[in-house]
Design a protein. Sequence first.
Length: 74
Amino acid sequence: MAQKDIFSTMMFGQPAEKVTETKEELTETPSTDDSIDYMHVMNQIGNIMNSLDELKPVLKDVAPMISAFKKKLL
């Protein structure tokens, strides 16, 4: 059994046999990652909007403290 040369693999890549095998494997698998799940995206946007609505009162309470801190620094 031949010892694997890590430096050569890092610098020059895998031998040609392994590269062609991986390319064949990639072409055989269906590409379902290219499709966009719009319902998931819309749910994520809805969650973000709900979180922003919940943060509005907190920001209103913190805004005077931030402006006072700014005035003190300047």
